[in-house]
Design a protein around this ligand. Structure first.
Ligand code: ADP
Length: 379
């Protein structure tokens, strides 16, 4: 922001305006000139002036009349005024607006040092006022962001407690069954159920830990040269059960020529598997999911597209924040807590890449796009 502040000079005589402006050239100000009261009012409505220097003796509307109009308008009420008077008689004239803002008088011939120091003081005050206003706005914005983060944490704790209750209840039920006489078949069923529940819990805890580890900068990537199709096929295999469960139709379109990049193999697989898993969760059974990859100008572009529930526009900007979930999708989250995409975002960023989402809204499907940096050739 430039620290030049606008100052208004009003005088009906061009020679006076030129003389005044010459006096003020070495100050950090931008001078605006008006030849009459109405012209001055127009400028006053367009700029936030640090002060106005008003010639008292003007035809049409004199300086006092103009000042009174300024005091009557909210926008110009507090603009400090320096009246430029022809002599002592002028200062006897009554001016009614003293209470609203600073008012001062200088008389002709103008004493340059006195005028400059007055102008400097008023301009400094103006700058300070602007700084205070900017700081106030910043504080208000960060207070609002903190309140929102606090609400998100509250929501998260409530969701976490709720989501933990189900697996814990399932485990308690299973433990209870184990305490009773049972056949080998029943034991097998109980075992399988417990295994599923425990691994769900373990995944939740692992994701939670991952998010905080990344936030604290404790995650280091094991970077190696990776063949794109290799890692993408691996991600497809590890999320295959999600697609099968929902009877989804998955198509995979990968570049024919080998494409390489440097990254952490298991983290890249985790990113893509996460997006594929979400596509399956938030697409009704039988829906279509497409994983595609291409290179554009040294960039690898990986897309996971589905024709499922879509994401409303207002949520698209927030969806990569931890714990952000689309309200109506909760029933389909399968115990998810809104951490997956936050992890995806952080992991992609750690790789120097980016991730974004596009959706035409509810029921219109979603496309998640991950961009990574391509490198030439494998080892
Ligand atoms: P989770 O799925 O565990 O809730 P994520 O962080 O993976 O958490 O996703 C956050 C939210 O984004 C989800 O709750 C869901 O509302 C929305 N979402 C993610 N992927 C999709 C998708 N492919 N289609 C529609 N909504 C999605």
């Amino acid at each position: 922001m430039s620290d030049h502040v606008p100052v208004l000079l009003v005088d009906d005589l061009p020679a006076n305006l030129t003389a005044l402006e010459a006096l003020l050239t070495d100050e950090n100000i931008t001078v605006f000139e008006a030849r009459s009261g109405p012209e001055a009012l127009e400028l006053l409505l367009a700029h936030d002036f640090a002060l106005a220097l008003l010639d008292v003796q003007m035809p049409e509307m004199n300086g006092f009349e103009l000042a009174e109009l300024m005091r009557g308008m909210e926008r110009t009420r507090h603009v400090p005024i320096i009246f430029v008077t022809a002599g002592t008689a002028d200062t006897q004239r009554r001016f009614q607006g003293y209470e609203a803002g600073a008012v001062d008088f200088i008389s002709k011939p103008i004493e340059p040092h006195g005028l400059r120091s007055k102008v400097r003081v008023l301009c400094d005050l103006h700058r300070q006022r602007q700084q205070i206003a900017a700081q106030r706005d910043e504080l208000a914005a960060s207070a609002a962001a903190l309140r929102e983060a606090d609400r998100a944490k509250d929501r998260f704790l409530a969701v976490l407690a709720h989501e933990l209750r189900n697996p814990v209840a399932a485990l308690m039920g299973a433990v209870d069954l184990l305490g009773r006489p049972r056949s080998a078949d029943q034991a097998g069923i109980i075992h399988a159920r417990m295994e599923r529940t425990v691994s769900h819990l373990a995944r939740l805890v692992e994701d939670l830990l991952d998010v905080s580890r990344i936030t604290e900068g404790k995650v280091t990537l094991k970077i190696q040269r990776i063949a794109l199709s290799d890692v993408l096929n691996f991600a497809v295999e590890s999320s295959r059960h999600h697609m099968d469960a929902g009877n989804h139709h998955l198509t995979v379109a990968l570049p024919e020529a080998p494409v390489w990049f440097d990254g952490d193999y298991s983290r890249i697989a985790q990113i893509v598997a996460n997006l594929l898993g979400n596509a399956a969760k938030y697409t009704p059974p039988g829906g279509a999911i497409k994983l595609s990859a291409r290179t554009i100008g040294g960039e690898i572009v990986i897309e996971v597209a589905d024709n499922g529930m879509g994401i409303p526009a207002d949520m698209q900007a927030r969806i990569f924040e931890a714990f952000a979930q689309v309200e109506d999708h909760r029933a389909y989250a399968q115990g998810g807590l809104g951490i997956g995409l936050a992890l995806v975002h952080r992991l992609v960023t750690l790789h120097g890449g980016s991730v974004s989402v596009e959706s035409d809204g509810r029921g219109r499907g979603s496309v998640f796009t991950v961009r990574l940096v391509q490198v030439e050739g494998g080892d």
